[in-house]
Ligand binder design. Structure first.
Ligand code: ZN
Length: 298
Protein backbone atom coordinates (compact mmCIF):
# COMPACT_ATOMS: atom_id res chain seq x y z
CA UNK A 1 0.00 0.00 0.00
CA UNK A 2 1.24 3.46 -0.88
CA UNK A 3 1.60 5.86 2.03
CA UNK A 4 -0.25 9.16 1.73
CA UNK A 5 2.06 11.97 0.67
CA UNK A 6 0.01 14.55 2.50
CA UNK A 7 -3.01 14.59 4.79
CA UNK A 8 -5.47 17.33 3.85
CA UNK A 9 -5.80 19.60 6.88
CA UNK A 10 -9.38 20.47 5.88
CA UNK A 11 -11.08 17.10 5.31
CA UNK A 12 -8.44 14.96 7.04
CA UNK A 13 -8.10 12.53 4.10
CA UNK A 14 -4.70 11.22 2.98
CA UNK A 15 -3.61 12.06 -0.55
CA UNK A 16 -1.13 9.97 -2.49
CA UNK A 17 0.00 12.63 -4.92
CA UNK A 18 2.58 15.20 -3.94
CA UNK A 19 1.74 18.90 -3.98
CA UNK A 20 3.03 20.71 -7.03
CA UNK A 21 4.76 23.91 -6.16
CA UNK A 22 3.83 25.85 -9.27
CA UNK A 23 0.46 27.19 -8.23
CA UNK A 24 -1.16 28.37 -5.03
CA UNK A 25 -4.56 27.48 -6.51
CA UNK A 26 -3.28 23.98 -7.42
CA UNK A 27 -2.31 20.89 -5.45
CA UNK A 28 -5.93 19.78 -5.13
CA UNK A 29 -7.05 17.34 -2.43
CA UNK A 30 -8.57 14.30 -4.15
CA UNK A 31 -11.36 14.20 -1.57
CA UNK A 32 -12.57 17.77 -0.82
CA UNK A 33 -10.93 19.64 -3.70
CA UNK A 34 -9.06 22.08 -1.45
CA UNK A 35 -6.06 23.81 -3.00
CA UNK A 36 -2.80 24.97 -1.41
CA UNK A 37 -4.21 28.43 -0.60
CA UNK A 38 -7.27 27.07 1.21
CA UNK A 39 -5.15 24.66 3.24
CA UNK A 40 -2.69 27.48 4.02
CA UNK A 41 -5.57 29.58 5.39
CA UNK A 42 -6.66 26.78 7.71
CA UNK A 43 -3.04 26.14 8.74
CA UNK A 44 -2.55 29.85 9.55
CA UNK A 45 -5.83 29.85 11.50
CA UNK A 46 -4.72 26.83 13.54
CA UNK A 47 -1.37 28.42 14.28
CA UNK A 48 -3.01 31.70 15.26
CA UNK A 49 -5.79 30.29 17.43
CA UNK A 50 -4.04 27.35 19.07
CA UNK A 51 -0.34 27.91 18.48
CA UNK A 52 -0.10 24.44 16.93
CA UNK A 53 -0.93 22.70 13.66
CA UNK A 54 -4.28 20.94 13.79
CA UNK A 55 -6.33 19.62 10.91
CA UNK A 56 -9.77 21.23 10.83
CA UNK A 57 -11.24 17.81 11.69
CA UNK A 58 -9.30 17.95 14.99
CA UNK A 59 -10.20 21.54 15.95
CA UNK A 60 -12.08 21.74 19.27
CA UNK A 61 -15.74 22.65 19.03
CA UNK A 62 -15.91 26.13 20.58
CA UNK A 63 -19.20 27.90 19.97
CA UNK A 64 -18.18 30.84 22.15
CA UNK A 65 -15.52 31.69 19.59
CA UNK A 66 -16.81 34.07 16.93
CA UNK A 67 -15.50 34.21 13.39
CA UNK A 68 -16.36 36.02 10.17
CA UNK A 69 -15.46 35.23 6.58
CA UNK A 70 -15.46 37.31 3.41
CA UNK A 71 -16.52 35.10 0.48
CA UNK A 72 -14.74 32.16 2.06
CA UNK A 73 -14.64 28.88 0.15
CA UNK A 74 -17.43 26.50 1.17
CA UNK A 75 -14.75 23.83 1.54
CA UNK A 76 -13.65 25.23 4.89
CA UNK A 77 -16.59 27.57 5.64
CA UNK A 78 -18.97 24.66 6.32
CA UNK A 79 -16.70 22.99 8.93
CA UNK A 80 -16.03 26.40 10.52
CA UNK A 81 -19.80 26.95 10.87
CA UNK A 82 -20.06 23.69 12.78
CA UNK A 83 -17.06 24.37 15.04
CA UNK A 84 -17.44 28.04 15.91
CA UNK A 85 -20.01 30.83 15.85
CA UNK A 86 -18.74 31.63 12.39
CA UNK A 87 -20.60 33.13 9.47
CA UNK A 88 -19.52 33.66 5.92
CA UNK A 89 -20.50 36.84 4.07
CA UNK A 90 -20.53 38.01 0.47
CA UNK A 91 -20.27 41.22 -1.49
CA UNK A 92 -22.83 40.27 -4.15
CA UNK A 93 -25.32 38.06 -2.30
CA UNK A 94 -26.82 37.36 1.12
CA UNK A 95 -25.59 37.45 3.79
CA UNK A 96 -24.02 40.64 2.47
CA UNK A 97 -21.07 42.52 3.84
CA UNK A 98 -19.30 45.31 1.98
CA UNK A 99 -15.79 45.39 3.35
CA UNK A 100 -15.44 49.03 2.30
CA UNK A 101 -18.30 50.05 4.62
CA UNK A 102 -18.00 49.29 8.28
CA UNK A 103 -21.06 47.80 9.96
CA UNK A 104 -21.53 49.31 13.47
CA UNK A 105 -23.54 46.27 14.61
CA UNK A 106 -20.57 43.95 14.14
CA UNK A 107 -17.65 46.00 15.40
CA UNK A 108 -15.34 44.48 17.99
CA UNK A 109 -17.15 41.15 18.00
CA UNK A 110 -14.83 38.65 16.39
CA UNK A 111 -12.05 36.40 17.60
CA UNK A 112 -11.02 35.75 14.02
CA UNK A 113 -11.71 37.16 10.60
CA UNK A 114 -10.69 35.45 7.36
CA UNK A 115 -10.17 37.61 4.30
CA UNK A 116 -8.77 35.55 1.43
CA UNK A 117 -8.34 36.98 -2.09
CA UNK A 118 -10.66 39.95 -1.51
CA UNK A 119 -8.58 43.08 -1.03
CA UNK A 120 -7.18 43.08 -4.57
CA UNK A 121 -10.76 43.56 -5.82
CA UNK A 122 -11.92 46.30 -3.46
CA UNK A 123 -12.55 49.71 -5.03
CA UNK A 124 -10.14 52.43 -3.90
CA UNK A 125 -9.38 53.84 -1.42
CA UNK A 126 -8.44 50.40 -0.08
CA UNK A 127 -7.61 51.86 3.36
CA UNK A 128 -11.33 51.68 4.22
CA UNK A 129 -11.25 47.90 3.94
CA UNK A 130 -8.21 47.59 6.22
CA UNK A 131 -9.91 49.82 8.78
CA UNK A 132 -13.04 47.63 8.65
CA UNK A 133 -10.99 44.48 9.22
CA UNK A 134 -9.35 45.99 12.28
CA UNK A 135 -12.64 47.32 13.67
CA UNK A 136 -14.42 43.96 13.39
CA UNK A 137 -11.97 42.19 15.67
CA UNK A 138 -11.91 41.99 19.43
CA UNK A 139 -8.72 43.54 20.85
CA UNK A 140 -7.28 40.01 21.10
CA UNK A 141 -8.66 38.90 17.72
CA UNK A 142 -6.71 37.74 14.70
CA UNK A 143 -7.02 38.32 10.98
CA UNK A 144 -6.02 35.62 8.51
CA UNK A 145 -5.30 37.36 5.24
CA UNK A 146 -4.31 36.21 1.79
CA UNK A 147 -3.91 38.49 -1.18
CA UNK A 148 -1.69 38.33 -4.25
CA UNK A 149 1.36 40.50 -3.58
CA UNK A 150 4.73 41.13 -5.13
CA UNK A 151 8.06 42.35 -3.86
CA UNK A 152 8.12 45.67 -5.73
CA UNK A 153 8.45 48.83 -3.68
CA UNK A 154 4.91 49.94 -4.25
CA UNK A 155 1.44 48.63 -4.98
CA UNK A 156 0.41 48.72 -8.61
CA UNK A 157 -3.01 50.39 -8.71
CA UNK A 158 -4.64 49.41 -12.01
CA UNK A 159 -6.94 52.45 -12.01
CA UNK A 160 -4.83 55.04 -10.29
CA UNK A 161 -6.15 58.58 -10.73
CA UNK A 162 -9.62 57.34 -11.74
CA UNK A 163 -12.34 58.34 -9.33
CA UNK A 164 -15.09 55.74 -8.73
CA UNK A 165 -14.00 53.22 -11.39
CA UNK A 166 -16.93 51.11 -12.56
CA UNK A 167 -17.16 47.97 -14.59
CA UNK A 168 -19.49 48.21 -17.59
CA UNK A 169 -20.15 46.04 -20.62
CA UNK A 170 -20.21 47.59 -24.08
CA UNK A 171 -20.90 45.38 -27.13
CA UNK A 172 -20.19 42.35 -24.93
CA UNK A 173 -16.78 43.67 -23.93
CA UNK A 174 -15.98 44.53 -20.31
CA UNK A 175 -14.66 48.04 -19.74
CA UNK A 176 -13.84 50.21 -16.76
CA UNK A 177 -15.09 53.78 -16.86
CA UNK A 178 -14.48 56.57 -14.40
CA UNK A 179 -13.49 60.20 -14.21
CA UNK A 180 -10.09 61.81 -14.00
CA UNK A 181 -9.36 64.58 -11.43
CA UNK A 182 -10.62 67.19 -13.91
CA UNK A 183 -13.94 65.37 -14.20
CA UNK A 184 -13.48 64.02 -17.73
CA UNK A 185 -14.50 60.44 -18.51
CA UNK A 186 -11.80 57.81 -18.81
CA UNK A 187 -12.43 54.44 -20.46
CA UNK A 188 -10.05 51.53 -19.93
CA UNK A 189 -10.12 48.08 -21.53
CA UNK A 190 -6.83 46.67 -20.11
CA UNK A 191 -8.51 44.84 -17.27
CA UNK A 192 -7.83 41.55 -15.49
CA UNK A 193 -10.35 39.20 -13.91
CA UNK A 194 -9.73 36.52 -11.30
CA UNK A 195 -11.67 33.27 -11.44
CA UNK A 196 -13.17 34.05 -14.84
CA UNK A 197 -14.99 37.16 -16.07
CA UNK A 198 -17.49 38.55 -13.59
CA UNK A 199 -17.34 40.57 -10.45
CA UNK A 200 -13.75 39.80 -9.55
CA UNK A 201 -12.04 42.67 -11.30
CA UNK A 202 -8.42 43.05 -10.27
CA UNK A 203 -7.96 46.55 -8.89
CA UNK A 204 -4.36 46.27 -7.77
CA UNK A 205 -1.36 44.12 -7.05
CA UNK A 206 -0.08 44.91 -3.58
CA UNK A 207 3.56 45.10 -2.69
CA UNK A 208 4.58 43.29 0.48
CA UNK A 209 5.79 46.50 2.10
CA UNK A 210 2.61 48.41 1.21
CA UNK A 211 0.52 45.57 2.61
CA UNK A 212 2.45 45.73 5.88
CA UNK A 213 2.02 49.53 6.02
CA UNK A 214 -1.73 49.30 5.36
CA UNK A 215 -2.11 46.80 8.20
CA UNK A 216 0.05 48.79 10.63
CA UNK A 217 -1.74 52.02 9.76
CA UNK A 218 -5.06 50.29 10.49
CA UNK A 219 -3.83 49.64 14.03
CA UNK A 220 -2.39 46.13 13.91
CA UNK A 221 0.81 45.73 15.92
CA UNK A 222 1.72 42.21 14.75
CA UNK A 223 1.96 41.41 11.05
CA UNK A 224 3.45 37.97 10.43
CA UNK A 225 3.97 36.72 6.87
CA UNK A 226 3.57 32.98 7.42
CA UNK A 227 6.28 31.41 5.27
CA UNK A 228 6.46 28.14 7.23
CA UNK A 229 5.37 25.29 4.97
CA UNK A 230 3.72 22.10 6.14
CA UNK A 231 4.36 19.33 3.57
CA UNK A 232 2.46 16.83 5.74
CA UNK A 233 -0.66 19.02 5.37
CA UNK A 234 -0.07 19.71 1.68
CA UNK A 235 0.97 23.31 2.20
CA UNK A 236 4.02 24.45 0.23
CA UNK A 237 4.89 27.67 -1.52
CA UNK A 238 6.56 28.27 -4.86
CA UNK A 239 8.19 31.54 -3.78
CA UNK A 240 8.32 34.39 -1.30
CA UNK A 241 5.18 36.17 -2.58
CA UNK A 242 1.50 35.96 -1.69
CA UNK A 243 2.00 34.03 1.56
CA UNK A 244 -0.77 33.92 4.14
CA UNK A 245 -0.51 36.71 6.70
CA UNK A 246 -1.42 36.35 10.38
CA UNK A 247 -2.36 39.76 11.71
CA UNK A 248 -3.35 40.99 15.15
CA UNK A 249 -2.29 42.59 18.38
CA UNK A 250 -1.62 39.44 20.36
CA UNK A 251 0.89 39.26 23.18
CA UNK A 252 2.88 36.11 23.93
CA UNK A 253 2.74 33.00 21.79
CA UNK A 254 0.01 30.89 23.33
CA UNK A 255 -2.38 31.31 20.39
CA UNK A 256 -4.96 34.09 20.52
CA UNK A 257 -7.68 31.88 22.00
CA UNK A 258 -5.52 31.36 25.05
CA UNK A 259 -5.01 35.04 25.71
CA UNK A 260 -6.19 36.22 29.16
CA UNK A 261 -9.25 37.82 27.55
CA UNK A 262 -10.50 34.46 26.32
CA UNK A 263 -9.46 32.12 29.13
CA UNK A 264 -12.68 32.56 31.14
CA UNK A 265 -14.86 31.79 28.14
CA UNK A 266 -12.78 28.78 27.20
CA UNK A 267 -12.93 27.45 30.74
CA UNK A 268 -16.73 27.78 30.74
CA UNK A 269 -16.83 25.96 27.42
CA UNK A 270 -14.59 23.23 28.82
CA UNK A 271 -16.81 22.79 31.90
CA UNK A 272 -19.93 22.76 29.72
CA UNK A 273 -18.50 20.07 27.43
CA UNK A 274 -17.37 18.03 30.44
CA UNK A 275 -20.85 18.22 32.02
CA UNK A 276 -22.40 17.12 28.74
CA UNK A 277 -20.01 14.18 28.53
CA UNK A 278 -20.67 13.19 32.14
CA UNK A 279 -24.43 13.42 31.61
CA UNK A 280 -24.16 11.32 28.46
CA UNK A 281 -22.07 8.69 30.23
CA UNK A 282 -24.36 8.63 33.25
CA UNK A 283 -27.49 8.15 31.18
CA UNK A 284 -25.77 5.40 29.24
CA UNK A 285 -24.79 3.62 32.49
CA UNK A 286 -28.30 4.12 33.89
CA UNK A 287 -29.85 2.59 30.80
CA UNK A 288 -27.36 -0.25 30.87
CA UNK A 289 -27.95 -0.67 34.61
CA UNK A 290 -31.71 -0.85 34.15
CA UNK A 291 -31.23 -3.34 31.39
CA UNK A 292 -29.22 -5.54 33.74
CA UNK A 293 -31.41 -4.81 36.76
CA UNK A 294 -28.61 -2.90 38.50
CA UNK A 295 -28.06 0.64 39.74
CA UNK A 296 -30.39 3.17 41.39
CA UNK A 297 -34.13 2.67 41.17
CA UNK A 298 -35.58 5.74 39.43
ZN1 ZN B 1 -9.36 17.51 1.60
Amino acid sequence: MMMPVFRCNICGVGNRSAVKLSEREGGLCSNCGSNIRLRSVVLALSRALFNCELALTDFPNLKTVRGLGFSDSEIYARPLERLFSYSNTYFHREPRFDIAQSDPARLGLFDFVICSEVLEHVAPPVERAFATLRALLKPSGVLILTVPYGLDDETIERFDGIADPRLVTLDGKPLVIGRDPEGSFIVRDDIVFHGGPGATLEMRIFSESALRSHLENAGFANVAFDAAESPEFGVAYPGPCSLPVIVGNWAGNGGVLFSPANTGELLEEFVRVQRKLLAARESRWLRLGRLLGLGPKV
